[in-house]
Design a protein around this ligand. Sequence first.
Ligand SMILES: [Zn+2]
Length: 388
Amino acid sequence: MKDRVKIFMFSDALGYEIVQRYHFMMEELPVRLPVRTQFGYSSTCVPTILTGEPPTKHGHFSFFYRPKDAKSPFSIFRRLHPFLHPSAVFDNHRIRHRVSLWMQHRLHYTGYFNLYRVPYACLPFFDYCEKQDIFAPHGLAPVKNLRDVLTESGVPFHISNWHLTDDQNISEAKRLLEEERTEFFFIYTAGLDGMLHFHVHESEVVKKHLEAFSSKVRSLLETARAHFRQVDFCIFSDHGMTPLKGETDIKSRIEALPLKFGRDYIAAYDSTMLRVWFLDPNARKPVMDAVSDAPGHWLSAEEKAVLHVDFADCSYGDEIFLLDPGIQLVPSDMGNKPIPGMHGFSPDDRDSMACILSVHELTDHPREIADFFRLMKQAAFELKAAEG
Ligand SMILES: [Zn+2]
């Protein structure tokens, strides 16, 4: 039996509202705190947790951004897109998936990569932010990520493989706990996010999933306690999940204007926001006016600063129109239909709130998800200090 282990479990979309409503592991995890999410998607939140830095520093926000020199890794689609016309067979889900895999292979990207439903003709106007595996060594360089910091600390650690399933990641962690050689764990789970996107409104389904998840976590805790005298364990999340309240078609409004994509403006239609770049300054007013009465608002410069998305080079949009909580942009570059649950709304939305649940009182109370990084760094420091 060894002295001490510190286990951090990441559960994508385990929001504070959900854990409280469903009394998720109330007894085992009595310390329960709401934590403000970072505005954006998991593509923003996870890099924030892995570095403790805001998007303006680690550079990851939505997947697609406007390259500074207008050089796009997708320029090949300039020639290809006439053959990949949307009405053609090439736009179906399976073919797009194949095209994504082919591009990923061609570009040697090791991060999570998906072309989603960004029209082939629009791709040459964009770059993609998650080119590298953000969990790998220097995966978020020049900013240090969790792996870089843990490697420097010298503490024996384990970070789950995000390509694997939750069950595989929990089994692997258990196996390492039994070996008693690893003192710091970051266990990655994302099954809940996938389920909540489609079933957040079905309480029986959510309840069952959470019960099954609880028993896996309990079993992991039992293994840890059988091999370590002191087990510090917590679960935290990146954001919650907001049930669908309505949809709005912003794309048709923009496309109805006498303006041309790629000549006058560029637009990225995310599931909860429109991001737009004005190539012709005269396009600004008609575009902004066209959506101003949709259920949402244009973010002010002050709001962008508060939300940490005031990118100096406007690489993620000259302007951002954020929808009200629960309203989805349909159609978007992510899909043609609304889905029961989505995240990526204002961090002030109750359903978007992330959380941390812990077996013991925490030395430091995280207020926003970037603080999880500091908590983990502190834990590694403590383990190192205990080693003497
Ligand atoms: Zn999600």
